[in-house]
Design a protein around this ligand. Sequence first.
Ligand code: NDP
Length: 251
Amino acid sequence: MLSDTSAVVTGASSGIGAAVAQALAAEGATVALLARRRDRLAALAETVDARAGGRAHVYQADVTDADAVRTAIDAAARDCGGIDILVNNAGGGTWGPALTADLADWHGTVEVNLNGVLNTTHAALPYLTRAAAGHRRGVADIVTISSAAGRRVPGPMSNVYAATKHAVGAFSEALRQELAEHHVRAGLVEPGVVVTELTTGGRAHAPDATRPTGYGLLQPDDIAAAVVFMVTRPRHAAVNEILVRPTEQVL
Ligand code: NDP
């Protein structure tokens, strides 16, 4: 369904981003994989090539480095023949009590989760509007991976993480309003707790996906399915928001 399209996926070296890249490639998209860990991206690119028959290109970049992001996005557009889909997925951050927080950690979370999204979106916008105006699909997509914590603060300790995810939600909605006439759809996917390195690495106060629930937690593929649903709608239908929680998750 996505043959003749190309998608940039940030944070494709693990977790949700890797699953999204695989799923888009399985739909026929050429995928541009962007993250800092080149070896992980290269390994994923080989799997994409083998499994889906699709193509993958690798770009090592830190999303907090605006120049590096622009260079990578320009290269991806050249290598892939344009950009039809941008998935703003790279993210992370720290959780913990405000009273003892390290200010540098707060700034670091803003750098990745908010400024990272701004850097990639700004660099990709000219290519997305061009793709939307072209004849391939007549539409382009920006999908941003926010969080359930971007809809409501899930509790103490999530202060700056929740703030950045609320911010990308506002940014996505503003983009949606501005880009509607250009046929660039802006969608927000808001996962609850997903089993990834973020939730199984033992980070203090982070959501913990290491304890079995009996019913099962979300896997990266569950979120990838939501992204694929969004970007495979016909051009007249924009799915602007999808919240996906594990069945047993309350907040
Ligand atoms: P992972 O830790 O598995 O993946 C994070 C990805 O982001 C990695 O590929 C990492 O690549 C990349 N990344 C982090 N910092 C940077 C950076 N500065 N520059 C470039 N890439 C970067 O976590 P998830 O898959 O869980 O997270 C993906 C997204 O999903 C995040 O935005 C997260 O906030 C969101 N999310 C996750 C939830 C969960 O429960 N897991 C719930 C709700 C939202 P590398 O280190 O190679 O650069």
